[in-house]
Design a protein around this ligand. Structure first.
Ligand code: BMA
Length: 967
């Protein structure tokens, strides 16, 4: 079979050869100048590191170790507290409030968000009050409006959750026998309202701010979804949400201590420019820049050491050059020999090689005065938005511009989803929970997450996990679904926030992109155009001031390695010209007919179109798409009283925020009814719906059926987008909305807040396999086309076997003139090929009783490997909606083997659609496959994923047929 795009199959791999990427073995580290790179001592403090040469080392007080009290004296509340924390968490721990996630506490706890909360430390012991010592307060995150007092004196007020704040309080201790720190947090919703009401404040046309619960979020620099979103609650929490320290820096006549509060490390190819593919043969350029508290001595220098992460063996070391020093930063560069380092690759495309990079700050006498260590990777990742070139046109790619990622110079297919804040309260997001989530991501065959723009900048420990797991993190500044003020204070505040976060996370090899915000061009500017077209020029200019004039320069100044786009969904640039003051000129809708640009964002809640391929967008990349579904009964049971466990209970309706209330309305009807109705109608339209006599069983089956529709719809879209990799639009990515849940509610998530996989996560795992076989049916014309699509980097050859059955499992053998038993195929790298085309009318069979089974096996190498392996994929096609199909009881049987620890499911009497292995509340398990279809007589062995001791109790199996069973 011919591939749709020509000449895409024969890529050459500069770095292909068992992943070694041109490695010439371990390099002996030769000390450069007089510097011995093997003698280093340093002490780690959170993400920063302090080195003390001749001076005392007891200079960092971690404030999480001190005792804390949370107070609201007017409300007569004083309870033990923690740091990092937020008021809701301490109030919950002290049983002043119940579980914020329970029932309607989203509404009931608004008084917490509308109150002021003060965190008061115990007396801070052991601080040095000598006048030779400099004392700093360092806060890695205060949420959001805090007034800080130390030793009973006002220090400062803060107004940005995302900034690191540091204050010199050296002269506070002289007369302070019992130093106490007090952090008084004002109510963010009330302050946002007050800012919005200021005379002369910025205004926008009606409806430009998508309002959820609390309004006016665009005026303040706080997690935007803290004010509510269409998948989450609105707790608007307050508190010291990140670690905080007291730093004391001693000095004597010859030296003074310094502290590294942040660092920006960048590995790029020499000569690389942001947003443009670099020369993959160029040497690496290491850029290091340390943000310093204390006085940087004259003549300071930087040394670097690069060591293998696993063995810690030193690979290279030396003095950095081009040293520049400002009042609070030291920066230098080093050129690194590319043959010395193994490349970092995303999961599925090669190994995740990591290196520990140590940067030492030295004084003029080569004494170490500070040192930091960051784990890094050698890779280039570029979002290529360049014009389609002649060679690409010759391959059959439609004109326009590219819009795809390239890792180490290679195009690849980005498979993944959108990551939202995993909890309404970040301080309780644990590493264990995030490891479990990323384990699910990679088990789901995903290699990229889009870290959506209206949560919080991701903490380093999550990027660390992504670095290890090989998950690329398309990251965004925290602006979404609103337009933002343009006063200078706002810009200055945003600039500080952006500088801190870009520098903080730049060293992570998983960092894939910076985007300015969510749906700003595709939705916000569009809303202005629709509601006040005469104002479009003004708001577009304001938009550009923030997203082109302010944020782009921060990325370009602090990273050579990362691309930038102003908005998540964008048609890219008209021009990228580095000699212009702002190098990017946006394309917007300046499109040439017949050309293809940009990425797509697609939501269509008319479920009649769900499987109509002509309704899906044709772009170069799909960065969001989806439909909501209910969580499982088991997850609902955690959040609801038993009497609320029915589909349209008031509590469920009020936890459903699609469509959002648009304010503090606590009875969101009819908006929620519309969203609930969309799930109900979709289930009824496409599947037999449950009508069980036991209310709880009926509720559970209904929740599950909404999940089946969701999974079915996403599978269909992902198959379409992936097929586009071999079509003229050369589509190279699909990131569905959304990976995981923040709480228990009807949402777009594939993983519930408990960690339990919905049907979607299993379906996405399956359709993100490297080589897939998928049917494309036009129900109006009856045309059916079946494609094999591969995202491997070499051609693969294989065979597809077709079998036809009735629902009761009888083989249908007389269709062989239309449906061959087997078809051989070869599919090129990142390409697609059609293996069968027919019209269902030609089948001359009762289509309500026909199931076409297709089973693919193909052989070829994984990217960056030379050895062949075999890929399998199977799929089913039913020509009518399952609501009209003549389903039979498939006679499912489930057994468990103590020997293997695996389950086996078997259909004994017919074809089983959407087989579902279920388990009770309390457990969090997943299986290596679930939500599959099964032919009669073919058992499927299913493994429980992860380490799990002993038998799993209470596991059961059902399929879509069970919807028709009354009990
Ligand atoms: C897009 C996203 C989110 C939203 C989702 C579902 O708008 O960017 O803002 O939650 O769709 O509506």
């Amino acid at each position: 079979m011919a591939n749709f795009l020509t000449a895409l199959g024969g890529m050459t791999f500069k770095y292909l050869a068992d992943g070694s990427a041109g490695i010439s073995g371990f390099m002996t580290c030769i000390p450069i100048l007089s510097y011995n790179c093997l003698t280093m001592t340093y002490k780690t403090v959170a993400t920063a590191v302090i080195v003390l040469s001749t001076l005392s080392t007891s200079s960092v007080l971690d404030l999480s170790r001190s005792g804390w009290t949370l107070q609201n004296l007017p409300l007569n509340i004083s309870v033990p507290a923690s740091l990092p924390s937020q008021a809701h968490l301490d109030l919950y721990a002290a049983q002043v409030i119940g579980d914020p996630y329970f029932g309607l506490n989203d509404f009931n706890l608004r008084w917490v968000a509308e109150s002021n909360w003060t965190y008061v430390s115990a007396t801070l012991e052991g601080l040095d009050a000598s006048d030779k010592t400099q004392t700093w307060l360092l806060f890695n995150g205060l949420d959001t409006f805090a007034s800080i007092e130390f030793c009973g004196r006002h220090v400062a007020a803060t107004n940005n959750q995302f900034r690191q704040y540091y204050f010199d309080v050296s002269d506070f201790l002289a007369d302070c026998p019992s130093p106490v720190l007090s952090l008084n947090f004002g109510s963010a919703p009330l302050i946002a309202d007050a800012i919005a009401a200021e005379p002369g404040q910025e205004t926008w046309p009606y409806s430009v701010e998508i309002a959820y619960e609390f309004v006016n979020r665009q005026f303040i620099r706080k997690e935007q979804s803290d004010f509510g979103w269409d998948w989450g609650p609105a707790f608007a929490p307050a508190g010291p949400w990140q670690p905080a320290y007291v730093i004391q820096l001693a000095s004597d006549d010859t030296s003074s201590e310094v502290f590294v509060r942040n660092a920006d490390l960048d590995i790029s190819r020499h000569g690389q420019l942001n947003n443009l593919p670099p020369d993959q043969g160029a040497p690496w350029l290491l850029n290091a820049s340390l943000d310093i508290l204390g006085s940087i001595p004259d003549g300071a220098g930087l040394q670097y050491v690069v060591a293998e992460s696993v063995t810690n063996r030193t690979v290279s070391c030396g003095s950095m050059t081009n040293i520049t020093t400002t009042a609070d930063a030291v920066t230098g560069t080093a050129i690194l020999d590319p043959s010395t380092y193994e490349l970092w690759w995303p999961r599925g495309l090669g190994p995740q090689n990591l290196y520990n990079v140590t940067i030492k700050l030295q004084d003029v006498e080569d004494r170490n005065i500070a040192s930091i260590n960051r784990r890094m990777g050698f890779r280039t990742i570029v979002l290529n938005m360049e014009p389609i070139n002649e060679g690409q046109l010759a391959q059959g790619i439609a004109p326009g511009n590219n819009w795809h990622f390239e890792i180490n110079g290679h195009e690849f297919y980005a498979k993944g989803s959108n990551f939202i804040p995993p909890d309404a309260f970040w301080p309780r997001v644990t590493e264990t929970k995030m490891r479990q989530l990323f384990d699910s991501v990679v088990a789901g065959n995903q290699n990229m997450l889009r870290v959506w723009a209206s949560g919080a900048y991701t903490p380093d420990f999550i990027y660390d996990i992504a670095d290890e797991e090989g998950v690329l993190m398309w990251s965004e500044f925290e602006f979404g679904d609103a337009l933002y003020p343009v006063d200078q204070d706002f810009f200055d505040n945003v600039q500080e926030e952006a500088i801190y976060n870009v520098r903080r996370v730049n060293h992570h090899p998983s960092l894939a992109l910076w985007a300015g915000g969510n749906e700003l061009e595709s939705l916000e500017l569009q809303l202005v155009n629709n509601t006040a077209p005469e104002e479009l020029d003004r708001y577009m200019a304001e938009y550009e001031r923030l997203f082109l004039d302010t944020l782009l320069p921060v990325v370009y100044a602090n990273s050579k390695s990362i691309s930038y786009i102003p908005s998540s969904t964008t048609n890219g640039y008209l021009e990228l010209n580095f000699s212009l003051p702002v190098p990017m000129i946006e394309r917007y809708n300046n499109k040439t007919p017949g050309s293809v640009y940009g990425d797509t964002d697609y939501y269509n809640y008319d479920s009649s179109l769900a499987f109509n391929y002509s309704s899906y967008p044709v772009g170069r990349f799909a960065n969001e798409f989806g439909y909501h579904s209910m969580p499982s009964l088991q997850t609902w049971q955690q959040a609801l009283s038993p009497q609320d466990l029915h589909f349209n209970s008031t509590t469920i309706q009020l936890r459903n925020h699609h469509y959002p209330p648009g304010g503090l309305n606590t009875s969101n009807f009819p908006n929620t009814t519309k969203g609930m109705g969309e799930m109900t109608v979709a289930a009824q339209r496409w599947y037999p719906v449950p009508n069980k006599t036991l209310p709880l069983a009926n509720f559970s089956a209904w929740c599950h059926t909404t999940q089946i529709f969701q999974a079915d719809f996403y599978r269909s879209q992902i198959a379409f987008y992936r097929r586009g990799s071999g079509f003229p639009n050369r589509q190279l990515g699909s990131l569905y909305w959304q990976l995981e849940d923040i709480w228990q509610a009807p949402t777009w998530a594939g993983i519930e807040s408990t960690g339990r996989w919905k049907v979607l996560h299993y379906a996405a795992k399956d359709i993100y396999e490297p080589v897939i076989i998928t049917p494309f049916h036009n129900s109006s014309t009856g045309d059916l086309e079946i494609y094999v699509t591969s995202d491997l980097w070499s051609p693969v050859a294989g065979v597809v076997a077709f079998e036809c059955y009735t629902w009761s499992g009888t083989p249908v053998r007389n269709l062989s003139s239309v449906v061959p038993a087997t078809v051989r195929f070869e599919v090129g790298a990142l390409n697609t090929t059609r293996v069968l085309a027919l019209n269902t009318a030609d089948l001359a069979f009762d289509l309500t009783d026909l199931v076409l089974y297709m089973n693919l096996s193909a052989t070829g190498p994984l990217p960056n490997t030379l050895t062949n392996r075999t890929f399998h994929h199977e799929n089913f096609f039913a020509a009518t909606p399952l609501s009209e199909a003549r389903l039979v009881d498939p006679g499912l049987r489930l057994s468990y083997s103590d020997t293997t620890g695996n389950f086996t499911v078997e259909a004994t009497r017919g074809v089983a659609a959407w087989v579902w292995i279920d388990y009770p509340e309390g457990e969090v398990l997943s299986f290596d496959s679930n939500g599959f279809w099964l032919l009669p007589g073919r058992g499927r062995e299913v493994r429980v994923r992860g380490e799990r001791d002993g038998r799993v109790e209470g596991v059961s199996v059902r399929s879509l047929w069970d919807n028709l069973v009354a009990e």
